[in-house]
Design a protein around this ligand. Structure first.
Ligand SMILES: Cc1cc2nc3c(=O)[nH]c(=O)nc-3n(C[C@H](O)[C@H](O)[C@H](O)COP(=O)(O)O)c2cc1C
Length: 396
């Protein structure tokens, strides 16, 4: 009996020592060789967990600033003007990662030039039943049908207000606006979003392109979009604080050319003006998918299989607008080269999401340093010089 207790105690000590050593090793590695640490340890472990659990964990880790802050200094050639504000690089985190504005400071630590939170709905809602996020690992892709799970305007507003009070707050934050699933006043939901977040946001996004809320993408049609954009413009005009807050419209990559032409004719109308376009949201298409076991899951597809589709759409929008409106390019960016393609197709700024899931947080640094090097090799003093420089290459 005594022997058994001693054996158990020795085993327990051994366990503690081993776990301690492993933790120490992980800690040291995290600081010395982040790239390897995330790719070979954290990301594979995170992938064992259900996709939504690892998403929540990643948000939690950012919220508590557990990821070491990036010590990469953005090269001068990445500096750019973002709707009148200077940012040190054009790479942002796309909507849907930090839906409730919990992790802004942690995301800033990773080196993002700007951060988009949301989509936020006026009232809190839980979204679609689980499971609702799926990793298509071989395709470096995700299918999600979250359906706007949101803590709602009040909670998110309080977080943003509190954040802006902080002395160390120095991020550019956009708020992506959604609408409640069962709303009787879809346009009213966006108007509420403008009134609520206009005073605390660096930009607002009208998201009528998520595929997981019934009837949402129809709001991109000419008639509905005209009504919507007139209403949000009027609401912005009445803001006492920040009445010039930039409003961006986020588009679906599944729009046809004639629908794009309609949208551009709408935003050319002064009453429906938007300051920028985000191209693009997730797609319903399942082209270029190898993981056929998950391809039939309903939802929006993001990541590598979306990359070319969204780049082509950026080029189309750039060509149709003659470069007159800034575009944020998003869809399948995982490298400096992918970011450069979005930029030469016409994007002034680039966002990422899915690459963060597969590559880990150090992907931000990698994209920035490779992009900066590419600009130098091409003799371009500034990223702005590359915008739209080769858009015709991506036109059909
Ligand atoms: C899990 C998940 C949730 C998302 N949620 C939103 C959202 O709430 N609002 C939105 O506008 N876009 C949302 N998106 C779309 C992304 O913002 C982005 O447009 C899309 O994923 C393409 O970029 P990526 O290929 O780099 O991921 C979501 C994407 C993913 C993967």
């Amino acid at each position: 009996m005594v022997q058994a207790t001693r054996k158990f105690s020795r085993l327990r000590s051994l366990g503690i020592v081993t776990a301690g050593a492993a933790a120490l090793y992980m800690g040291i590695t995290a600081y010395n060789n982040q790239d390897n640490f995330y790719r070979s340890f954290v990301m594979p472990v995170a992938r064992i967990l259900p996709a939504e659990t690892s998403h929540n964990l990643a948000v939690w880790a950012c919220k508590h600033r557990l990821y070491p802050a990036s010590d990469y200094t953005d090269d001068l050639n990445l500096h750019c003007s973002f709707f009148g504000r200077l940012i040190s690089n054009p790479i942002g985190i796309a909507a849907g990662f930090d839906k409730n504005a919990e992790a802004i400071m942690g995301l800033k630590d990773l080196g993002f030039g700007f951060i988009e939170v949301g989509s936020v709905t006026p009232l809190a809602q839980s979204g679609n039943p689980k499971p609702r996020v799926f990793r298509l690992v071989d395709d470096r892709a995700i299918i999600n049908r979250y359906g706007f799970n949101s803590e709602g305007h009040d909670v998110v507003l309080k977080r943003l207000r509190d954040l802006r009070q902080r002395e160390d707050f120095n991020a550019i934050v956009g708020v992506n606006l959604g609408r409640n699933r069962d709303t009787m006043t879809p346009i009213g939901d966006y108007v509420k979003g403008v009134r609520t977040f206009g005073p605390v946001a660096d930009y607002l996004v009208i998201n009528v392109s998520s595929p997981n809320t019934k009837g949402l993408r129809e709001m991109q049609s000419k008639k509905e979009l005209t009504e919507l954009l007139e209403a949000v413009n009027a609401a912005r005009g009445k803001l006492k604080v920040n009445p010039n807050v930039p409003i961006l419209l986020k588009l679906s990559p599944d729009l046809e050319r004639r629908e794009l032409i309609d949208i551009i004719s709408v935003i050319n109308n002064k009453k429906c003006r938007v300051d920028g376009l985000i191209v693009s949201n997730t797609t319903l298409s399942r082209d270029n998918i190898n993981d056929i076991s998950l391809a039939n899951e309903a939802g929006g597809l993001s990541g590598e299989p979306l990359r070319e589709r969204s780049t082509k759409m950026i080029a189309q929008v750039y060509s149709l607008t003659k470069g007159s409106i800034p575009i944020i390019g998003v869809g399948g960016v995982a490298s400096g080269n992918d970011a450069f393609e979005k930029i030469e197709a016409g994007a002034s700024f680039v966002q990422i999401y899915t690459a963060l899931v597969y590559e880990g947080p150090e992907v931000v640094e990698r994209i920035k340093s490779d992009l900066s090097m590419r600009l130098s090799e091409l003799g371009l003093a500034n990223v702005g010089r590359a915008v739209g420089s080769n858009y015709s290459k991506y036109l059909p």
